[in-house]
Design a protein around this ligand. Structure first.
Ligand SMILES: [Fe+2]
Ligand SMILES: [Zn+2]
Length: 384
């Protein structure tokens, strides 16, 4: 990209036209220039926020005078306001001179789809000391790449775990509370609080905004059973799409209703396989226990849905896809609840105390980008 230098400028009723050193002309909408004035009354360099009240600017605002130097454009507007744009700023906002905006997604480490075999000898793990001291890069990268991470060497108390959570990201508050701490207890009206086996699932299929990260710390267990499993549902979805394309399409389109009832009444309808507007899989929403009757669907759709769900259930339970481990005090499991299924195997005996928290996706991605960007300037360029 060559550097933009300004030779001259001409005012117009709709646009300001500048001629650059290479003889090319570029038009900038009057209102856009005024709305994006870089003066300290209109834009805060400290917070990168617009200060001007856009809707107090006359719709037909236009320059009374324009003046240029090689590296600035000065405009005296018909309402008396004066704007000065640097050539660097104009360069950043003139397509012929600007490399395409760097993408936010370039800051994310590559996603690695895994099987039990690939993860068993290479468990994503970070030390507690890094997390508590504020060095979260490896943890964030692990979660983005593999969908989960262990944190080892954690003090075995709820207080220390909560302190570490607060150091990491804002805890998501729900009707279950914020940071939670429970022993096996059936009074909570949810199988998560019981001692029975729980098949692979994601939490919060009944929320519009499903919690993104979930963190578990087993503080105490004096019995047997209750191994935790994790499954890479995105890897399963890739296999499922190859083997059963029709069923993949169906599970991407048919909205399945899920609910939570008891002290609350939370209900959502969404497909099992959720894609963004570019067709990328972004979330798998799967909890057979919380799926309601789905009486709203006609019999033909129900029949196809059951057939697709049965195949999906087979794929996600293939032993090659299931990594399992007995959680132990001092070792935290944190995972992407939009991607990685969790489950509890077998019947658990004895007293079991767990604590943990949910975190939201916005906060995770924000932190991931901040740790992987070179500067605030770098981030600013990625949010045009
Ligand atoms: Fe769960
Ligand atoms: Zn201004």
């Amino acid at each position: 990209m060559s550097t933009l230098t300004i030779s001259s400028a001409a005012k117009g009723s709709d646009v300001v036209t500048i001629t650059t050193g290479d003889g090319k002309t570029h038009e900038y909408l009057n209102f856009w220039l005024r709305d994006n004035c870089t003066c300290p009354r209109c834009f805060s360099e400290a917070t990168y926020q617009r200060l001007v009240d856009t809707y107090k600017i006359a719709e037909d605002v236009h320059p009374d005078q324009v003046a240029t130097t090689a590296n600035s454009l000065k405009i005296v507007w018909n309402d008396g306001h004066v704007s000065t744009f640097s050539s660097e700023w104009l360069q950043l906002h003139t397509k012929e001179y600007t490399a395409p905006s760097p993408k936010k997604e370039e800051l994310y480490p590559e996603r690695v789809l895994w099987t039990r075999a690939t993860i068993a000898n290479n468990k994503p793990t970070v030390p507690y000391e890094a997390v508590i001291s504020g060095d979260h890069k490896q943890l964030l990268d692990n979660i983005h790449s593999y969908g989960f991470s262990f944190i080892h060497g954690v003090p075995v108390t709820a207080e220390a775990t909560e302190e570490m959570c607060n150091k990491f990201l804002p805890i998501r508050h729900t009707h279950y509370g914020g940071f939670w701490d429970f022993t096996s207890d059936l009074s909570m009206k949810d199988t998560a609080y019981s001692d029975i086996e729980i098949p692979s699932h994601t939490d919060g299929t009944y929320w519009e905004y499903t919690p993104y990260l979930q963190l578990f710390h087993l503080l105490f267990h004096d019995g047997t059973g209750g191994e935790t499993t994790v499954v890479d549902s995105f890897k399963c979805a890739r296999d499922f799409k190859e083997e059963f394309p029709e069923e993949y399409k169906l599970l991407s389109e048919v909205e399945v209703e899920c609910h939570s009832l008891g002290d609350v009444h939370l209900v959502q309808r969404k497909p099992v396989l959720i894609h963004d507007k570019n067709g990328e899989l972004v979330q798998v929403s799967w909890n057979n226990s919380d799926r309601s009757t789905n009486y709203h669907l006609d019999n033909d759709t129900l029949k196809k849905l059951y057939s697709a769900l049965r195949k999906w259930n087979t794929v996600i339970n293939r032993p090659e896809n299931v990594f399992w481990q007995q959680l132990v005090p001092g070792e935290i499991l944190i995972f992407d609840n939009w991607r990685v299924f969790h489950a509890r195997m077998g019947t658990t005996t004895g007293k079991r105390r767990m604590c943990g928290a949910y975190f939201d996706r916005d906060d995770f991605l924000s932190s991931l980008r901040r740790f992987n960007a070179t500067s605030e300037e770098d981030l600013y360029k990625r949010s045009t």
